[in-house]
Design a protein around this ligand. Structure first.
Ligand SMILES: [Zn+2]
Length: 85
């Protein structure tokens, strides 16, 4: 895999999978399940030991900024959306 030979911000696959404005919903079965964060189009490598994922920068409706690991996301309720596992 050629992935991440460059900085994740330059990775075309990440940009295609998580374009700016992508909605990421909270965990199913929690009070956050219908709340969604919005991606900002910024990425970095996941620093978790052994993880090959990237972190995608999101902003929650209350203004909190988080970097979510792509390995912890699954498909969301609508096409092009994701959900925290
Ligand atoms: Zn990770």
């Amino acid at each position: 895999m050629l992935r991440f030979l460059t900085h994740p911000n330059e990775d075309p696959d990440l940009a295609r999978e998580y374009p700016k404005g992508t909605k990421i919903y909270g965990r199913k079965g929690t009070k956050y399940s219908r709340i969604c964060a919005t991606t900002t189009g910024h990425f970095k490598r996941c620093a978790l030991d052994g993880c090959t994922g990237a972190r995608v920068r999101v902003v929650w409706p209350d203004g909190q900024v988080r970097w979510l690991c792509t390995k912890g996301l699954s498909d969301g309720p609508r096409k092009g959306t994701y959900r925290l596992d």
